[in-house]
Design a binder for this molecule. Structure first.
Ligand code: ZN
Ligand code: ZN
Length: 273
């Protein structure tokens, strides 16, 4: 069992420490735990622009140092991988890349969190009566395409998170989805099965239909619960493995020193909900 997407108190909206997350992973029988807190908002001038969203820029070296310390301390009990969940901010790719190059990351998750002036999970975006849902979906998928085209990360985070607040598109967006899938396949990036989707809208990010098409295009997958507290670690692991089995997927991607290694999914054990 592996979980590559976890957060802790530093971001200001998650609970538990890095150590709590590792202890939980050991208790639940995980072989690997990836620590992947939110990247600071490097594109703001202020050191800590939004304390409820992510850590301060000046805190980033301390975060990475603590992950490395814990990785070494727990070496004999569990495999801890050093990660970060990075924002994708158009125009800032090279800057972000240059910052990450200074640290010994095992992997980087790239996620579109901000577009059109809102966070992806901010309900205010949808409350404006003049809003066109299709336009929001299009804008979001355009950014996903750009993010993988200019890929500085190893894993694409919650690939269809725009559906998370359950506002549907009003027309058929199959074409947009197919173009996004094509861009993902071309980029070679791994896609995570992110089970915060199950918590938010009853369906994994990305959707089974999306996953089916990605799999047909030879895209690799990994697992991330997007845990914001230790008890969410491994959330919906069993259901996710069943979904992968239905798709005929028998391997998950793991990362060390930013190199991908596929591992066989064999034992299915019940973890979380
Ligand atoms: Zn978060
Ligand atoms: Zn995220």
């Amino acid at each position: 069992m592996i979980d590559y997407h976890t957060h802790h108190y530093r971001c200001g909206h998650a609970s538990g420490s890095l150590r709590d997350m590792i202890e939980e992973a050991i208790a639940k029988g995980f072989q690997q735990i990836g620590l992947s807190d939110h990247s600071p908002l490097f594109f703001y001038e202020e050191d800590h622009f939004n304390p409820g969203m992510t850590m301060a820029k000046s805190e980033f070296p301390n975060y990475v140092a603590e992950v490395i310390r814990l990785r070494d301390e727990y070496e004999k009990r569990i495999d801890v991988r050093v990660g970060v969940e990075s924002d994708f901010i158009e125009g800032w790719e090279d800057y972000y890349r240059s910052i990450y190059a200074q640290y010994p990351f095992d992997y980087i998750i790239g996620s579109v969190h901000y577009f059109g002036g809102y966070h992806v999970f901010d309900p205010k975006r949808w409350e404006d009566p003049s809003v066109d849902p299709d336009q929001i979906y299009r804008e979001y998928f355009t950014l996903i395409k750009k993010s993988v085209d200019r890929c500085f990360f190893d894993i694409l985070g919650h690939a269809d998170a725009v559906k998370g607040l359950k506002y549907p598109a009003s027309s058929d967006l199959t074409k947009e989805m197919d173009e996004t899938i094509e861009a993902i396949a071309k980029s070679g990036v791994t896609v995570e099965l992110n089970t915060s989707g199950v918590r938010k809208c009853g369906e994994v990010f990305p959707s089974p239909e999306f996953l089916y098409k990605l799999n047909k295009r030879g895209v690799t997958f990994t697992f991330g619960s997007d845990a914001h507290s230790p008890n969410e670690l491994g959330y919906a692991w069993t259901e996710t493995l069943h979904l992968l089995k239905e798709l005929g997927v028998s391997e998950l991607a793991t990362f060390k020193n930013r190199e991908r290694k596929m591992i066989e999914i064999s034992a299915v054990s019940a973890v979380g909900k």
